[in-house]
Design a protein around this ligand. Sequence first.
Ligand SMILES: *Cc1c(COP(=O)(O)O)cnc(C)c1O
Length: 465
Amino acid sequence: MSEKDQRNLLHAAAVEGEILGKSVQQWEEEFPMIKQIRSYEEVFWSNSNLKPVDAALRETGVTLEEVKSAESRLKRFAPFLMEAFPETRASKGILESPLRRVEAFQEAVEDTLYGVPFGRLMLKLDSHLPISGSIKARGGIYEVLQHAERLAVEAGLVNPGMNYRAFAEPKFKEFFSEYSVAVGSTGNLGLSIGIISAALGFKAQVHMSADAKAWKKALLRKKGVEVIEYASDYSVAVEEGRREAEKDPKTYFVDDENSIHLFLGYAVAALRLKAQLDGIGFTPSQTSPLFVYLPCGVGGGPGGVAFGLKLIFGEHAHCYFAEPTHSPCMLIGMMTDRHDAVSVQDFGLDNRTIADGLAVGRPSLFVGKVLRHLLEGVFSVSDDHMLADLSLMADLESLRLEPSALAGLSGPSWLKRSTPVYESLQKQYSPEALSQAVHLAWATGGSMVPAEVMDQDIENGRKLR
Ligand SMILES: *Cc1c(COP(=O)(O)O)cnc(C)c1O
């Protein structure tokens, strides 16, 4: 049986009744791509609602000052992080990840459908962020730090000019032990929040969806975090977590679907990336555009990063989200402009994917609205595709990444495979400019995956190549 035949066998379940007052057939007429999405095909959606970046940024109400203030807060906490996590001493308590050119990978896919049409391919290795080994080490850790700072200031424990190394002292830990932090997660956010909360002395509860990997739950329990498991998906875990937290005024709920703090923590990545790109002599511009591909679950992580990139680089940073073919929630939400009012399950999709970090059926309304006029597009990727790329990256680049982290790598190919996009890029940029482009796939996680689990994924991926 050909791959195409196999794919045709895979079709979304029949949908009973209407979705927001319309039948599936009506949705498919209005948005023909829904038909392909319901067949779990890989698709590419180009946003036709883009506005000039300045105007679109102003409409969001989120400012560069807020992002800079988040960056300053992270800097204040650097001495604490160095104290609590010795692995951060080398970077002076700043949590940042390297950039890496992946030439061998680019060459290996060159003559396939997924070849990079122009420019050079690089990875942003959030997989190797200290403390929790994923993009969640940006937003999650930031949010808990800002909460801890606020509590400490209110209690009179912080005086002006104080060195935040003090947050590692027993006095602070005792103070925070009266308080809890709770979160709902598919895994990695729970890891970030759980680890940083425990380090500060908070009690922590992590509500985990069915997709969460066993090793993530075990690691958290070892750190003294209470893990509550659900047989259902991410949205239910978040809802239950939120409800439980509301019962206790001393419990702070990290709201992955709506949190401005998470969003700002993620956005700081752009300020850091600017310094890194300066370091390699690259400035996104009319003569050297930047294309960034961000794996997307509920949207907070990639949304914060993309927003920050638009703030710092403007129109010459082109941002795309990547989602599993079984969980394209942001794609459906933004394309229909109905955001969290529709889920992938509404359209008969099962939201089951090997990319646990992206197994989200309903997107963040907050992120969808902020990026409505800023995000260039969203595309989807099959599980087999992510696994094959996972093994290729391990074999050719010695990079061990988790499945979600590979979702962005087919992004560059869509810039040519989608004729309207290619034509508009050729209007905007000269051939020389495109040849100078950098494609940056955000490799969002992986360094904490246990060796046995990783080896198995690599093996499975090799079989698919
Ligand atoms: C959470 C996660 C993402 C996506 O972040 P969202 O905020 O859920 O959109 C991507 N990759 C990995 C590895 C993740 O853990």
